[in-house]
Ligand binder design. Structure first.
Ligand SMILES: [Zn+2]
Length: 304
């Protein structure tokens, strides 16, 4: 099989580069199909099935051949090459190509992806969700505990959910006081009794030193145990500080304020923050009233 020395769509005539009309039509079809949403693979298959000749006895089209056409700047003319594809179509196709490349890059390289991969758990049983790459056409996320939960999702759908939730969290009003009735310290009957006993011992004519010492230590310990931290306030401050400075890509920072990430049967992500607030991406596709109400009642519980 001889290799083509000149790009598909062109030939040399009398030392000049000229268009091969039939091939130029194919080139334009390739661009149009790609812009209409066909992938390299499908376009290549169609051309092979239609028996379109690439070069001499070569009529087998591959993804690589289609990619080379989409990337080939000669088709918009210049450097002695006549124009075959108009600039807008060429530009559109290459924008699609680079956006697909970004998704691919995201899948394989970005730390955000490995973070999500190791942190998303099953909404049903809390088991780790495993990702099986490219099961059929989509990635498949499958519960490791074999609770039969599995979800077919593209990585970029997961990413869309994630960035939506983080954006929502950034806008979330955490300032509403959730713990109005919080009492940091409450004196119990035992503490009061022990306090009185200590005072009695101290004021006694012949105090029992070792007993008094023990009472004081025991009392201090009881008081310490009776103190409560307002975890909501403490954690909320941390959540707010980190959300203010982190982007959705800063998994190192975000992992410090996130205690759980789940995906439910509808592919909706829920992120539970360390202060007990659970946030979902309500701007997603789940706009049914029923779902909205359900989610509101759920988050009300989480916030209670
Ligand atoms: Zn499960």
């Amino acid at each position: 099989m001889k290799k083509r020395m000149i790009s598909f769509g062109y030939q040399i005539v009398d030392g000049e580069i000229a268009v091969v009309p039939d091939e130029a039509n194919i080139v334009r079809q390739v661009f149009q199909k790609y812009c209409d949403g066909s992938g390299y693979h499908n376009i290549a298959e169609e051309l092979s099935l239609a028996g379109v000749v690439y070069y001499r006895d070569d009529n087998v089209w591959s993804k690589r051949k289609i990619a080379r056409i989409i990337e080939n700047k000669k088709y918009i003319g210049g450097d002695d090459y006549p124009q075959i594809v108009d600039f807008d179509l060429f530009h559109r196709a290459n924008e699609i190509k680079s956006s697909k490349a970004k998704i691919h890059e995201f899948k394989e390289c970005l730390p955000i992806f490995s973070y999500l991969k190791s942190n998303i758990v099953c909404d049903r049983c809390g088991g780790h969700l495993n990702r099986l790459a490219h099961f059929g056409k989509q990635e498949r996320w499958l519960c490791g505990h074999k609770c039969e939960f599995q979800h077919f999702l593209y990585d970029d759908e997961i990413y869309k959910e994630w960035s939506g939730v983080i954006l929502k969290a950034k806008e979330y009003d955490f300032s509403v006081e959730r713990n109005k009735d919080f009492v940091p310290y409450k004196k119990s009957q035992d503490i009061m009794r022990m306090n009185n006993e200590i005072i009695r011992q101290i004021n006694a004519e012949h105090p029992n030193f070792s007993l008094t010492k023990k009472l004081i230590f025991d009392c201090a310990e009881m008081k310490f145990r009776a103190c409560k931290e307002d975890k909501y306030a403490i954690y909320t401050q941390k959540v707010k500080d980190i959300l203010k400075s982190a982007t959705e890509m800063d998994t190192e920072k975000l992992s410090k304020i996130i205690s759980k990430i789940t995906i439910d049967e509808n592919g909706r992500m829920k992120v539970l923050f360390i202060n007990g607030i659970e946030i979902t991406n309500e701007t997603g596709e789940q706009n049914a009233t029923e779902n909205c109400n359900e989610d509101r009642s759920k988050s009300a519980i989480a916030e209670a």
